[in-house]
Design a protein around this ligand. Structure first.
Ligand SMILES: Nc1ncnc2c1ncn2[C@@H]1O[C@H](COP(=O)(O)OP(=O)(O)OP(=O)(O)O)[C@@H](O)[C@H]1O
Ligand SMILES: [Mg+2]
Length: 346
């Protein structure tokens, strides 16, 4: 069988591509830098290095917003470049493997049919020659990649806290019983940190600095001990570059409202869970995936608020991509991927 089978998880923050028999071959920022409206200059991590630093003639775009395709053209150009290689620019060598490939695309559950179809059209209307395009429910791939058995008649609760979104899903018998996509995730935390630093220290910082503060200081539970980290930005009053010391307590307060919203949504799904499946979740607990689950003590917060045990996975950003890999590598999971016609959204 051909090895030109690819699984794609188009995240808001990063794109992950799994190649059959090779594993995760791309894990790059999901960004593209363009000049003259639609001429690509850089892709992925290289484009991210230009983010918030580029002059006006270079636009750095994030084509996925809130888990859905917000800039179809930019996303399509990116995908084509990854598979086709490009015009010989540095960092854009591509995978050189476009022809006659099969694609498995992970698609969030709780979005509109039009939004779902766009993930299919992205490949179908591209210049890539595809043999087959299959769609996979993102929470199912996520759960498989996290090591859960999704095929049996046992309820599994999986919470993916990513960049723009938190997807909370209840799975049983290879299908989704219910799923909710919240527009809250790592980016919202970063924005809240940016606002708090501005308000408290009169310092305007970029999103990259805010993310750095989050990675250094964030915690799901308020810590007694004070920890600090330096942030550099522009003083709001003098307009000059400045550096301040930010505490973990400021970061906790900035993020707490969003963390509370995630907890509320998990409780909402639990309340709607049929009793037989509730019993399974009581027994097995909640599985946490997505890059934002790296936040210290976030598992502890969810455990305290729900009373359920928490399972954290290794490399939580990659579980969707790994799950796509499992679907393409194991015939027993074949039915978890469907064509556009077979799927409920046409
Ligand atoms: N150590 C860490 N501490 C806090 N946050 C982290 C850490 N590592 C990664 N993150 C956050 O994880 C997020 C990226 O996670 P992930 O790759 O799962 O998102 P995504 O799949 O691109 O987004 P989405 O699923 O929402 O479309 C970013 O917001 C990043 O800041
Ligand atoms: Mg994701």
């Amino acid at each position: 069988m051909s090895e030109k089978v690819y699984g794609i998880d188009m995240g808001t923050n990063s794109i992950k591509i799994y190649q059959k028999s090779a594993g995760v071959i791309v894990h790059q920022k999901n960004m593209i830098a363009m000049v003259k409206k639609d001429e690509p200059l850089a892709l992925g991590d290289e484009a991210y290095s230009m983010y918030e630093k580029a002059p006006k003639n270079i636009s750095v775009k994030k084509p996925i917003v809130n888990g859905v395709i917000a800039d179809f053209t930019a996303m399509q150009i990116m995908i084509q470049l990854y598979f086709r290689g490009s015009r010989g620019r540095k960092g854009m060598e591509g995978l050189n493997s476009g022809g006659n490939a099969e694609f498995l695309i992970a698609v969030p559950h709780d979005i509109t049919d039009v939004e779902k179809r766009a993930f299919y059209d992205l490949i179908a209307s591209s210049s890539l020659k595809s043999r087959k395009i299959l769609l996979v429910e993102k929470p199912i791939a996520d759960a498989l990649g996290a090591g859960l058995n999704v095929m049996d008649a046992t309820g599994r609760l999986i919470v993916n806290i990513g960049a723009d979104t938190t997807e909370i899903s209840l799975i049983s018998l290879g299908g989704i019983v219910q799923s909710r996509l919240l527009k809250i995730g790592g980016t919202k935390f970063d924005e809240a940190i940016q606002q708090a630093v501005k308000k408290t220290h009169n310092l305007v910082i970029g999103m990259k600095s805010a993310e750095r503060l989050k990675k250094e200081l964030a915690s799901g539970i308020r810590e007694e001990e004070e920890r600090t980290y330096e942030a550099t930005g522009r003083n709001l009053i003098t307009g000059l570059p400045n550096r301040v010391t930010v505490t973990n307590h400021l970061i906790f307060d900035a993020m707490s409202e969003h963390m509370a919203s995630i907890i509320d949504a998990i409780k909402f799904i639990l309340e709607k869970t049929p009793p037989e499946l509730s019993m399974d979740i009581m027994h097995d607990g909640v599985c946490m995936t997505g890059g934002s689950t790296n936040i210290k003590n976030l598992d502890l917060l969810i455990q305290q608020e729900t009373g359920l045990s928490i399972m954290k996975v290794e490399e939580p950003e990659l579980s969707v991509a790994k799950g796509l890999g499992m679907i393409m590598e194991n015939p027993e999971y074949e039915r978890l991927a469907s064509t556009l016609q077979e799927s409920s959204f046409q």
